[in-house]
Design a protein around this ligand. Structure first.
Ligand code: AKB
Length: 342
């Protein structure tokens, strides 16, 4: 049986999955995307994919059946439990984030040809010991302060290494075994979408605050006002995945790359929003456990390797992120929502 060549997207129904499907579908008339998620894919995305499969990445029989029906050319493995959820259910997080990734790597490794395996990691892999160290060490490169304090961060860091192992050293005792994986990983900051509000992450205070403000709602922020971590907007996150996937192999000097756009404190976010929405009130009511998590994450990232190796540069800086992507799109989104509700 000839197998149709496809791009498999796990976690397709999540925030990044939605953006990625739309982008990939715009590039070609022939949908060759197979979407995989625990939940059914959003109705408006169904015409953009060849098939939507509802299932669990821990179900290896289901994964094998996908490999039997389709030729896997590229895998975007987005499915994961994010940092706050992972702290509530650490063993489940380990299963999904690590065993799920091993299952996908093993599936890709069954192909005779090389499969591009694109993996989103996170600033959660960093673990700064205290605030002095954090604020005295801006622009952290890929290889420093890798002492994560969360299950999610531990999982992501380990999976970065797993991907490298499967690409370079898998089957190293057997000279007839040739690894068939080309693992490429983007280490993301917090991501802000104009169209969805995330859940289960610890960087969620920024998108929650922005979406609340645009709707004219006050917001009680779950971290201190000085809390600063790096961010980028969703179109840049999707571009980073696509650009790394398309980069010529010979240009890549490493497998995991930091990407970032701007670093901002929670009170800077609030001030920026209050310039446009002066009637909203933002208060700070830190949750100690979530505060400790973001305090351990990098203040800002050095993404110069991505710039040098594959020409990465975010399209949106702080001002254009707010003025041309976030605020207009969020306003339009909720205006339409209100119209639909009438
Ligand atoms: C989270 O907060 O867990 C994620 C992340 C920074 O990876 N948004």
């Amino acid at each position: 049986m000839t197998r149709k060549p496809i791009t498999l997207i796990t976690g397709a129904n999540g925030e990044i999955g939605h953006g990625l499907i739309r982008y990939l579908a715009e590039q070609t008339n022939t949908p060759n995307i197979v979407a995989f998620d625990l939940k059914p894919l959003a109705d408006d995305l169904l015409p953009l994919v060849h098939e939507s499969i509802v299932g669990d990445i821990l179900d290896t029989a289901l994964l094998d059946s996908i490999g039997e029906r389709y030729q896997l050319d590229t895998i975007y493995h987005l499915a994961a439990l994010l940092s706050t959820t992972a702290e509530k259910y650490p063993e489940l997080a380990h299963q999904v984030n690590v065993q799920g990734t091993v299952n996908l790597l093993a599936l890709a490794n069954k192909e005779a040809h090389t499969v591009k395996f694109i993996y989103p990691s996170s600033i959660a892999v960093y673990g700064l010991p205290d605030l002095d160290t954090k604020y005295n060490n801006p622009n952290i490169p890929e290889d420093q302060f890798l002492h994560p304090t969360t299950m999610y961060g531990v999982n992501k860091l380990y999976c970065e290494h797993l991907g490298e192992y499967y690409t370079k050293n898998y089957g190293q005792l057997d000279p007839t075994t040739k690894p068939s994986i080309d693992f490429r990983c983007v280490r993301f900051p917090g991501i802000i979408s104009a169209f969805t509000v995330p859940s289960g992450g610890t960087s969620d205070y920024a998108p929650e605050m922005i979406h609340a403000a645009v709707q004219g709602n006050d917001y009680a922020c779950f971290v201190r006002e000085d809390t600063t971590i790096p961010f980028m907007v969703m179109p840049d996150a999707v571009q980073a995945l696509i650009q790394l996937a398309n980069a010529p192999s010979q240009r890549l000097t490493q497998r995991t790359y930091n990407v970032t756009s701007f670093s901002l404190s929670a009170s800077d976010f609030a001030q920026k929003l209050q310039q446009t929405y002066p009637n909203i009130t933002i208060t700070y009511n830190p949750t100690p456990a979530r505060q400790a998590i973001v305090d351990s994450w990098a203040h800002s990232l050095d993404d110069s390797c991505a710039h040098q190796d594959w020409g990465w540069s975010p399209e949106y800086d702080l001002d254009s992120a707010f003025d041309t992507y976030l605020l207009p799109n969020i306003e339009a989104h909720y205006a339409q929502y209100q119209l639909d509700a009438v």
